[in-house]
Design a protein around this ligand. Structure first.
Ligand code: SF4
Ligand code: SF4
Length: 321
């Protein structure tokens, strides 16, 4: 894995495409007041200032396994959704919630949570989805593949997991529709109408880490997200705060290992909220030039298989539990 090359510089070829506007300004870095997020990347390339960079990214040489991973992802993107059954099944919200979790796990999801949709998560310029609930799914990366970041095997692994995340979302949406309720699936990397990290935090997937990704108490930082929007009667799942945010104040592995120095050691003010933030203008050129980058999630100690339980025990002991 490439390590600590803080002298790294992006190519002139890529930087010729860089727009006049800073991605950090689009993201609201330094803004004191809340506003909804602005679309920035993984959108229709002609709709955002950084769109030409996205097209450049897609022309990077493909590593081994990438073409197959992209075919698998496309298969699940193209998979048809079941029609909505004419007769609507009725169950108690707690029972529906258990069933949705069961079906999601059968459809390859590793973790599942439910939270109410909030307008605050919807991109400026997009309509707030009418469905009441966001059912979130998480799928874990293979750690050995991610350890190679930013090399090809890690980038192909990310796409494989996007495929699995789409499979979970499509499978659950189809099952809900077979019960007579509407359901709309969504999976990355293409951004939809809303950001997925805030609902994933809200439904109990963990805490935001210094590297801008979620730290889950079992999967660590190494997983992808997808979701389903629905009005099926459900019970929301609780937030899960177990000390990861505090742990990040004492750890600097991701900051130290990020080649373009894109991870500030302190929280930043972003659209009225002080939180961990990755410098978009520093991260993106490195990410693009390497066909992807997951160094920060691979080096996070929470991501190493078997380490999370030990860290949880230590944190609980520190809190006197
Ligand atoms: S993904 Fe971005 S923030 Fe994370 S290590 Fe790579 S360049 Fe740094
Ligand atoms: S590497 Fe350390 S500082 Fe970075 S997200 Fe993980 S625990 Fe937090």
């Amino acid at each position: 894995m490439t390590r600590r090359r803080h002298d790294w510089k992006p190519s002139a070829e890529q930087m010729r495409l860089w727009p006049a506007v800073s991605g950090n300004a689009i993201n609201g870095l330094g803004e004191e007041h809340f506003r909804r997020p602005s679309p920035i990347y993984w959108q229709a390339p002609d709709s955002t200032p950084h769109g030409p960079l996205q097209l450049w990214f897609y022309q990077r040489p493909m590593p081994d396994g990438m073409a197959e991973a992209r075919r698998e992802r496309q298969k699940w993107i193209d998979a048809p959704l079941a029609p909505i059954a004419a007769e609507r099944a009725e169950r108690a919200p707690a029972e529906w919630t258990r069933e949705v979790e069961r079906v999601a796990k059968e459809c390859a999801a590793d973790i599942v949570g439910v939270t109410a949709m909030k307008a605050a998560w919807v991109f400026e310029g997009s309509s707030v989805p009418p469905q009441r609930w966001v059912v979130m799914f998480g799928v874990a990366h293979d750690y050995e593949a991610m350890k190679t970041a930013p090399e090809g095997p890690s980038n192909a692994e990310v796409i494989r997991q996007y495929a699995r995340a789409m499979r979970a979302a499509k499978g659950v949406a189809s099952w809900i529709r077979s019960q007579g309720w509407d359901a709309v699936p969504h999976a990355g990397p293409s951004a939809g109408a809303f950001v997925m990290i805030p609902p994933a935090l809200e439904c109990g997937f963990g805490e935001l880490g210094k590297h801008g990704s979620i730290i889950h108490r079992e999967l660590g930082s190494s997983f992808r997200l997808s979701c389903v929007l629905t009005d099926l009667p459900l019970v929301p799942t609780a937030r899960d705060e177990f000390g990861a945010d505090d742990f990040c104040t004492r750890c600097r592995l991701c900051s130290d290992e990020c080649p373009p120095d894109a991870i500030p050691p302190e929280k930043q003010l972003v659209r009225g909220e002080r939180r961990w933030y990755v410098d978009f203008d520093k991260c993106l050129p490195y990410f693009n030039e390497h066909g992807g980058c997951g160094i920060c999630i691979a080096v996070c100690p929470w991501s190493r298989p078997g380490v999370a339980p030990t860290l949880l025990t230590k944190l609980a002991r520190r809190r006197g539990e």
